[in-house]
Design a protein around this ligand. Structure first.
Ligand code: AMP
Length: 193
């Protein structure tokens, strides 16, 4: 990773609405994984990070993802124009519904000061209709692989605009037999940076 970990959220150059949310959440300084992973991921590229639950790993991947989306909007903190919406810009895959819901909630908390970025959750065991309605205008989607592929096959979600793909708990995903699904999803995210 980076040679020198950055010791404050401000010095990372995160978008202002994210810094406000971090303050509201009471995060006074980055955890070690955040200090290393956030600045590195903000530079782009592919990263594999190993960190335990409870270490702040969720914010470590969410902050660069959300920052990038805000910057793509020219740094403007304005509501999104639904007529220009094609599909999500970021996709986070989780092995279980419970984890997906937790990650989505963490993203919502970090977006509390942001007007233009909405989060949708796509998991099995939930009604299709509401999930499909929530996808409209959602720039961030947090999903389990099976239901996501199901909706993609029904053409209810368009993944070609996904610029950042995160696989949370990748080791558990592979243990649960999701390797082929992950490959299929990766192919659908054609324009990934
Ligand atoms: P995680 O490892 O993502 O499951 O995070 C564990 C808990 O740490 C969550 O409740 C987060 O809200 C919290 N957390 C994440 N980052 C920080 C931080 N920089 N300072 C204090 N708490 C944090």
């Amino acid at each position: 990773m980076t040679e020198q970990a950055i010791s404050s959220f401000e010095s990372m150059g995160l978008a202002a609405p994210l810094l406000r949310a971090i303050e509201t959440l009471g995060f006074t300084q980055p955890t070690p994984v955040q200090a290393e992973a956030v600045p590195a991921a903000m530079q782009g590229g592919d990263w594999m990070v190993s960190s335990q639950t409870g270490s702040g790993k969720t914010a470590a991947f969410l902050l660069p993802v959300l920052h990038k989306i805000m910057m793509a909007n020219g740094g403007k903190n304005s509501p999104m124009d639904l007529n220009r919406f094609v599909g999500p810009a970021a996709l986070v895959l989780c092995p279980t519904r419970e984890l997906a819901q937790q990650v989505a909630q963490d993203a919502i908390d970090l977006l509390e000061s942001s007007k233009g970025v909405r989060v949708a959750t796509v998991t099995g065991g939930m009604p299709y209709g509401k999930q499909m309605a929530n996808l409209r205008g959602a720039l961030v989607v947090v999903a389990t692989p099976g239901r996501l592929l199901d909706l993609a096959q029904r053409r209810q979600i368009h993944l070609a605009e996904v610029k950042t793909l995160v696989v949370d708990e990748a080791d558990r995903m592979l243990d649960l037999g999701f390797a082929e699904d992950l490959e299929d999803i990766n192919h659908l995210c054609q324009h990934r940076d």
